[in-house]
Write a protein that binds this ligand. Sequence first.
Ligand code: GTP
Length: 396
Amino acid sequence: MNIPLEALSAKSWRIAILTAIVAIGIALLVSYYVHSARQHLGADYTALVGNIVRAQQTTPQLDHALESFIDEPIGLHLRQIRHTLWLSSNYLDQVSHGLSQHSQLYRDTAYLGDDFTRLRGQIITLEEQAEAALVDRSLLPELQRLSMDIEATMAWTYSELNAAVHSAAGRQRFIMQRLSWAVTALVVAVMLVALALLAAVLRLQRQRNTLKMLMLTDELTGLYNRRHLVDAASRELNDAQRHQQPLSLLLLDLDYFKHVNDTYGHPAGDDVLRKVSQQLRNISRATDIVARIGGEEFCVLMPNTTVDDAESVAERIRHAIALEPLTHLGANLQQTVSIGVTTSLDGSHSFEKLYSLADQALYQAKELGRNRVECVLPPHSSSERQAILTNSQLDI
Ligand SMILES: Nc1nc2c(ncn2[C@@H]2O[C@H](COP(=O)(O)OP(=O)(O)OP(=O)(O)O)[C@@H](O)[C@H]2O)c(=O)[nH]1
């Protein structure tokens, strides 16, 4: 898997931009839908329906008042007519006002405009005629004809209005239902987008971690590689110098490993390398850094470890590897290791210097017969030199 980190972050950007585009698309869709549904959803038809019903109820009242007046044209009955006409006129105004509040319904009922005007005119005429008939009874038949006219107009207008309002309310219910489905779908879509984004971020994070591991570890053994060792060593040396603590380095090289490969085959050699790595992992501390730095060469960087402790760890490693049962890989197969040890007393040495000293020690171990631990220490470190100077000044 050879994906550079830059490519990964470019991928994250692409996902983020795609998600933003989807979010903007959803937002535009919602705003368009809400805008088109607003005029319907904002309408409250309850008050309007109430006014229409009350206006309709004035028709029988008017009918009753007119009948009483025609039977007996007296002032009391005229007042009843006036009162009923006043109510009719009032409800008519309220219904007109209510219609003007609902733009869609207003447009739908525009064809009733002439009927409203006629009704208003008829109300005025009827009142005038009733007043005249109180004085001149010959006008009563004309009054009766006009009252039938006005009742017919009212019945027609209000029943048309009722139908229009019911149809608008039906449309409103339909839109409400569609909107609630749309909102549910949007919520689900947003959740899906969020989940997809989360999954993408987690996948990227995993890839990034895997990549980091691949960059810092050795594929065969899973130990750290040279690159990580060098970085970690520079940090550990800084710490050791800051806290004036010792830091030790073990350099390990398998003995006659070429023979293992040649005799038992390369896969058996790989298995030996894995077994040795496991032993190194088992014996080292959590704070030690164990790395495979070459074919059959390993390093153990040991923070806060004196040379004595480092040598004793090296001996334990040497024993453990020599005793590792390997006969399942090949008859009589036994692997030994030579180890070079060095220690910086106060972290004042470079990693290259320590490595070269450990290498010298390893060379000695090989020269002296292999399967052994040798140690080469750096010349006096600066703090040691300071201590020696101070002691010699005290002696004077
Ligand atoms: N199986 C296997 N062998 C490896 C790997 N890397 C290096 N080697 C082998 O390790 C062997 C190292 O051989 P040499 O450098 O001659 O050292 P040696 O045989 O261990 O001899 P001394 O170090 O002198 O004791 C070579 O045969 C390499 O092919 C690996 O990843 N797997």
